[in-house]
Design a protein around this ligand. Structure first.
Ligand SMILES: [Zn+2]
Length: 269
């Protein structure tokens, strides 16, 4: 059953969003959700479009999930173009993220508000982002700009988003050193906006810290890197054992098993 983000929050207090971009990543996530009996967010990033066209991703998620009896959100992650958002909504995505975090605040507010307007007409939920992390693939390391309470209150009031992604010491990609997540800032922002908060870059954050974040206002965590690494490890080990002149589907099957195991860990938090 495909639902939007608000409907998912009514069914389950906290949610995990996992990225998918092919059939192995998709099936691994659905398997993990099925085993853990959890509502899940299938997240497809705008940046994956060069790998898998958006219509293919939409059909793949909608058709494959019919094999499972789990409620799920089909979410467009980190969309920077309104065109992509419109296309995703037409294709049946139930949730979209407009990422204007690199823009000046006023421009981010204006664009996000426009997205909310067009999404609401179609019963699609919108996640906005405030405070800049780094690129989604973690390829750049920048000084994290932490989200302020004042900006959050202003942003939420004027955009009417359904969820807000914040920067509180988290980053995309592999952390070079143990990340320090500012739980106090999460609490303050949560009190000010009274809205589900989202933590991107949750791979590599200690599980106990994620559990703490869930207690204080984070209600959605985004996980990609740990799944990606688990998948690569599966292929790597397969090739080490069987050599490169092997069956690709068998190597990918090992990748899928590893991704499923990694996803399960997050659903158990
Ligand atoms: Zn992200």
């Amino acid at each position: 059953m495909i639902i939007n983000l608000n409907e998912a929050f009514l069914k389950q207090q906290n949610l995990v969003a996992f990225n998918f971009f092919n059939v192995e990543t998709l099936a691994a996530i659905l398997d993990a959700a099925h085993i853990e009996n959890k509502v899940i967010i299938l997240s497809f990033g705008e940046s994956y479009i060069s790998h898998t066209p958006l219509p293919v991703a939409a059909v793949m998620a909608k058709e494959y999930s019919k094999l499972y009896d789990i409620p799920f959100v089909l979410h467009l992650d980190h969309a920077t173009k309104v065109e992509t958002i419109k296309q995703a909504i037409d294709l049946g995505f139930t949730s979209v993220m407009y990422d204007g975090s690199r823009l000046p605040l006023e421009e981010n507010i204006k664009n996000t508000a426009e997205v909310v307007k067009l999404a609401k007409e179609r019963n699609v939920t919108v996640e906005g982002e405030l405070g800049y992390l780094n690129k989604e693939d973690g390829s750049d390391q920048v000084e994290i700009v932490c989200t302020t309470v004042e900006d959050s209150a202003r942003f939420v009031k004027r955009t009417k988003v359904d969820a807000l992604a914040i920067a509180v010491g988290n980053a995309h990609g592999i952390y070079k050193k143990e990340p320090k997540i500012q739980i106090s800032r999460i609490k303050e922002i949560s009190a000010a906006v009274n809205l589900p908060l989202v933590l991107h870059g949750s791979s590599g954050i200690h599980r106990s810290v994620l559990a703490e974040a869930f207690k204080h206002g984070i209600r959605k965590i985004n996980v990609n890197t740990e799944l990606a690494v688990a998948g690569c490890r599966g292929v790597y080990d397969y090739v080490l054992t069987h050599g490169a002149e092997s069956r690709l589907e068998n190597a990918l099957s090992d990748a899928k098993a590893n991704i499923q195991a990694a996803a399960k860990q997050f659903l158990e938090i």
